[in-house]
Design a binder for this molecule. Structure first.
Ligand code: ZN
Length: 328
C-alpha cells in the first residue's frame, strides 16, 4: 500500500491507499503557518497512518501532493502561492524520517495521474485533467506518462492567456485561463452581473430586469461581498436566470481554454474536477459547445470532455498512484 499526503493551502490530508484504490486509513489537519511546522505535521500524520494500518499492510512508499511549483528531480517545493515557504526539501525529510521511498509532485499533475490510475481516464493514453478551484490546476498525461517539462513545472494550463485584454491574474499576466474560468472568475462575473443597474436596453424592451432580483443576492444576504461559487451554483440550481448566465459565461471561457488543449495535445479525454465541476452540465455544456464549434478535426471528434471522478480526494489518489507508478 501507499501512504498518500495532500498538502493544500488550508488542510493537509493523509491516507493509506492500496493498489486497488481502497482507502485503508484517513486523517486530516489544518495546514500550519510555517515551513518547519508543515514538515513536522506531515511526518506526524504519516506516522499515524502507518501505525493505524500496521496490522494490515506495510507501506511500499510515500506520495506527497503539493499545491505549488515543485522541483521534481530534487523533491523540493519551490514555491506555493498559499503557503508561507519556499524551497522546502520535503521528500528528503520524509525519506529520512521513515527510511522508505518518497515522491513529491504538484497536486495538478497528481490529480490527473489519480484519474489515470483510479478514475475516468484508465483507458486513455493521452489525457488532460483540470481542477477548477479558486484557480485552475492541471496535469498532462502523454502516452501514459505525466509530462513534467524541463524543471518539473509544466502543465501550468491555468496561466495560458486566453483573453489578453482580460483582468489581471495573480501571476501578473492578463486574462489567464484561471482568471476567466475558475471559481474566482465565476464570483467576479456574478458580482458584475448583480451590480449592473437594470440594463437600459432590457428594461426599455420590457425584458427581464438585471441583477437586482437575482437569487444570488438573496442567498448572499444582500451583500455582494458575500457571493461565493457555491451561492451562484445554488442559485443556478433553483433556476435563477442570472446565475445560469454566469455559468454560461464561465463555461464559454472554459471551452476557449479547452479548445487550445484539444488542438495542442489531441487527448482522448479531458476531465474537469474541483469545486466548480460540481455544477456539472451547467458549466460543461457551454464548454463542449465551444469545442464543437471551434476545435480542429479530427482532434475534436475523438475527445470526451467529462466530469472527473475522484472529487476532493483526487490529490490523495494521485499521490498513491505516483508511488505505484514509480515503484513498478
Ligand atoms: Zn496567470
Amino acid at each position: 500500500m501507499a501512504v498518500a499526503v495532500d498538502i493544500g493551502g488550508t488542510k493537509i490530508a493523509a491516507a493509506a491507499i492500496d493498489s486497488n484504490g481502497h482507502i485503508l486509513a484517513f486523517s486530516k489537519i489544518d495546514t500550519p503557518g510555517t515551513a518547519e511546522s508543515v514538515s513536522f505535521s506531515v511526518i506526524k500524520l504519516i506516522k499515524g497512518i502507518i501505525e493505524t494500518t500496521s496490522s494490515v499492510a506495510e507501506p511500499d512508499g510515500i506520495g506527497l501532493a503539493v499545491a505549488g511549483t515543485v522541483d521534481w528531480s530534487r523533491g523540493v517545493i519551490v514555491q506555493s502561492p498559499n503557503l508561507p515557504y519556499n524551497n522546502l526539501a520535503l521528500k528528503d525529510s520524509v525519506e529520512r524520517a521513515f527510511g522508505i521511498a518518497a515522491f513529491l509532485d504538484n497536486d495538478g499533475n497528481l490529480a490527473a495521474l489519480g484519474e489515470k490510475h483510479f478514475g475516468v481516464a484508465i483507458e486513455a493514453r493521452n489525457f488532460v485533467g483540470l481542477t477548477l478551484g479558486t484557480g485552475i490546476g492541471a496535469g498532462i498525461i502523454i502516452d501514459n506518462f505525466v509530462y513534467r517539462g524541463a524543471t518539473g513545472s509544466a502543465a501550468e494550463l491555468g496561466h495560458m492567456v486566453i483573453d489578453a485584454r482580460g483582468p489581471q491574474c495573480t501571476c501578473g499576466s492578463f486574462g489567464c485561463f484561471e482568471e476567466m474560468a475558475s471559481g474566482r472568475a465565476l464570483v467576479r462575473i456574478a458580482e458584475e452581473r448583480v451590480k449592473e443597474p437594470a440594463a437600459k436596453k432590457r428594461t426599455e424592451n420590457g425584458g427581464a430586469s438585471a441583477g437586482k432580483k437575482s437569487a444570488i443576492l438573496e442567498l448572499a444576504e444582500g451583500d455582494i461581498d458575500k457571493i461565493t461559487g457555491s451561492i451562484v451554483t445554488e442559485a443556478a440550481n433553483v433556476g435563477d436566470p442570472i446565475a445560469i448566465e454566469c455559468f454560461k459565461e464561465v463555461g464559454y471561457w472554459l471551452g476557449i481554454g479547452i479548445n487550445n488543449i484539444v488542438n495542442i495535445f489531441n487527448p482522448e479525454i479531458i476531465a474537469v474536477g474541483g469545486g466548480m465541476a460540481g455544477a456539472g452540465e451547467l458549466v460543461l455544456k457551454p464548454a463542449r459547445d465551444v469545442v464543437a464549434r471551434q476545435s480542429l478535426h479530427p482532434n475534436k471528434d475523438v475527445v470526451s470532455i467529462v466530469k472527473a471522478k475522484l472529487g476532493n480526494n483526487a490529490g490523495l489518489f494521485g499521490a498513491a498512484a505516483l508511488v505505484f507508478s514509480e515503484l513498478i
